[in-house]
Design a protein. Structure first.
Length: 143
């Protein structure tokens, strides 16, 4: 019977870690998309205005600037790296926001004996409070 209890507690911890990881991943994907779009638009805007103000009347300079600007519009290297930066920022930010359930779930999985059960009870309590506040509005601040 004790073995079944340990399996159930560890399963609760793994489920908690999975939920925190899924939430962090979802937020990270959104942040990566937003960060990439913002970085790319700011970069292209600067480059476009640079093509307008430099060069004077030279048709060769003008054509070269148009080609360079078109190259920067078509290249994917900057969008890849800014996407990676945005993903890491979003993942870390959500992980920090979910530090309590993450710590409880990690403690449930890594600890042994009574400590694991206490972490599991804390995780279940945290989840219960979350459900009461978010779904039923009990204990949630109105304002």
């Amino acid at each position: 019977m004790a073995n079944l209890g340990n399996i159930l507690i560890k399963s609760i911890g793994v489920i908690g870690l999975g939920l925190v990881a899924y939430d962090s991943h979802s937020s990270a994907k959104y942040t990566a998309t937003m960060h990439t779009g913002k970085t790319q638009s700011e970069d292209l805007q600067k480059r476009y205005f640079r093509t307008l103000h430099e060069g004077g009347d030279s048709s060769i300079k003008s054509a070269t600037k148009k080609r360079v600007f078109q190259y920067y519009m078509d290249q994917d290297i900057t969008s890849f790296f800014s996407s990676v930066v945005g993903y890491v920022k979003g993942f870390a930010s959500t992980l920090v926001n979910n530090v309590v359930p993450f710590g409880l779930a990690l403690g449930t999985v890594l600890a042994r004996g009574i400590a694991s059960k206490l972490f599991g009870a804390g995780l279940l309590t945290y989840g219960g409070i979350f459900l009461l506040q978010e779904f039923f509005g009990i204990g949630k601040h109105k304002g």
